[in-house]
Design a protein around this ligand. Structure first.
Ligand code: NAI
Length: 471
């Protein structure tokens, strides 16, 4: 039988890799998807986006029940959390989607190959050889193009090792019980999301963040509002703070850190390290190619092509792009479209939504007010609080606002920053508006259904010109 030569071999089956594989299958390309783990889906599906958002939904229901009387619901005073049931629902959601991915691969005629894929060098006569090692069982596949999508892992504080008390995003999802107290290092997306989940379940939370504010990449006003609400929720946090020592005690951990010019020590049952991620590119055989990783990340051009012709990189391993599932997925589509010679568009970093599922939620796109000014824009701001939105009253969630950063000259929308109910959903309208190069005026003439949270976008755009109706 003649040897199979694939058009594309994708290495890694997270959102970047599986999206690329599905699109390649849709285009009729002969595609292999190589995955070292026994399931498809990567970090996002198994120990990232999906399980954490499942837990956040449990937390949201639990929080609503705390206010049951206000909603005229009685008889739930003796409510109790069943942690095992919460964990098993989360696992159920993950498994359902892992099965779904297997179905999608079959549907699109993508061949999944289990094992660790390793490059052997540049293409010979237009064909690469990828070695695959499945726990000692070795094989090799031939392919005309390679898409690397191997993802990332949690960065550790030097000297610490993850275990039963020192946790990363992986261990924290497997706890047997809710910790009574939890220190979280890092106030990025992972840190503030777990703070939100476990605070809802009554853990004592302390966040330690090196930079001067929570969610430091967001607009400053968003950080300020999150800090206000977190204080109200009883979440402790120290910003501009430096962790100096983490020691194991009899029953937990002791954390020494410096903040506000003085050294402090706190004890807790567990500590979560959420200080960012590092690309997973070790042992991939990159040294046999022209690809020279920079601290593990791989440089690409706007079509996701690396320095080695025929090899593409997508997802968390790409140098200079945000580590987000939806970015990886779109990079997969860009790479496959290039290979298939279909219409293609590069990703514009200013059109990428950033979403954080803490409570209150955060959604943002484009430039912050500070960044817009730094770039020399003459900025005009519109801001509308959810306190003045009728749907927000109905759902009982008044925290937060929508802020629009625009350029004075033509009313170009430079950035939209939302903190509040359903912010992670509401941001989609702003992303579409920016993608279609809509102006503030275009938004002002767009009819928004009433009563909706989305109407706050209409009011926010009107408020750029001092014309908000509901304020
Ligand atoms: P991150 O890079 O977003 O945040 C890490 C935070 O830790 C930063 O604010 C940083 O200043 C701080 N930090 C770093 N070293 C520190 C130290 N020694 N002491 C105190 N603070 C320190 O990383 P995170 O939250 O771990 O998330 C990893 C990646 O996964 C990010 O790219 C994030 O965007 C993505 N992610 C996205 C989610 C979403 O879209 N909802 C959810 C979870 C993660």
């Amino acid at each position: 039988m003649p040897e199979t030569i694939y058009d594309i071999a994708v290495i890694g089956s997270g959102p970047a890799g599986y999206t690329a594989a599905i699109r390649a299958g849709q285009y009729g390309l002969k595609t292999a998807l190589v995955e070292k783990d026994p399931y498809l889906g990567g970090t996002c599906l198994h120990v990232g986006c999906i399980p954490t958002k499942a837990l956040l939904f449990n937390a949201e229901i639990w929080d609503h029940l705390k206010d049951a009387k206000e909603y005229g619901i009685e008889g739930v005073d003796s409510r109790k959390l069943n942690w095992a049931a919460i964990q098993s629902r989360k696992t159920g959601v993950v498994n359902k989607h892992a099965k779904g991915l297997e179905f999608l691969m079959r549907k699109n005629k993508v061949e999944t190959i289990k094992g660790f894929g390793k490059l052997t060098g540049p293409a010979q006569n237009g064909v690469f050889t990828v070695n695959v090692d499945d726990g000692g069982k070795k094989s090799a596949i031939k392919t005309k193009n390679i898409i690397l999508a191997t993802g990332s892992e949690a960065r550790m504080i030097p000297g610490l090792e993850a275990g039963d008390r020192i946790l990363t995003n992986i261990e924290i999802l497997q706890l047997n019980e809710i910790p009574k107290s939890l220190v979280i290092v890092g106030a990025g997306a992972v840190g503030v999301e777990f703070a939100s989940i476990f605070r809802s379940f009554d853990s004592e939370i302390t966040i330690i963040e090196a930079l001067p504010r929570l969610v430091p990449l967001e607009d400053e006003e968003v950080s300020k509002e999150l800090a206000r609400v977190y204080r109200k929720r009883g979440i402790n946090f120290h910003t501009s703070a430096k962790v100096e020592k983490v020691e194991k005690t009899k029953s937990g951990v002791a954390v020494t850190f410096s903040a506000e010019g003085k050294q402090q020590k706190i004890e807790a049952e567990k500590i979560l390290i959420a200080v960012g991620r590092k690309p997973y590119t070790d042992n991939l055989g990159l040294e046999k190619t022209r690809i020279k990783p920079e601290r593990g990340s791989i440089k690409t051009n706007e079509w996701m092509e690396t320095d080695e012709p025929g090899i593409y990189a997508i997802g968390d391993i790409v140098l200079g792009m945000p580590l987000l599932a939806h970015v990886g997925a779109m990079e997969g589509i860009v790479a496959v479209s290039k290979i298939a010679k279909k219409e293609d568009r590069p990703i514009d970093p200013l059109k990428i939504p950033n979403v954080t599922y803490c409570h209150p939620e955060i959604g943002s796109v484009g430039l912050t007010e500070a960044k817009a000014k730094e770039r020399g824009h003459n900025v005009k701001i519109g801001k509308f609080p959810f306190t003045a939105n009728s749907r927000a009253s109905i759902v009982g969630e008044h925290e937060g606002f929508i802020k629009i950063v625009s350029d004075t000259k033509y009313g170009e929308i430079l950035g939209v920053h939302i903190i509040g109910p359903q912010a992670t959903e509401l941001i989609a309208e702003a992303v579409t508006a920016i993608e279609l190069e809509a102006t503030v005026e275009d938004l002002m003439w767009t009819i928004h259904a009433h009563p909706t949270l989305a109407e706050a976008m209409l009011d926010a755009s009107n408020s750029v010109y001092g014309l908000a109706i509901n304020m």
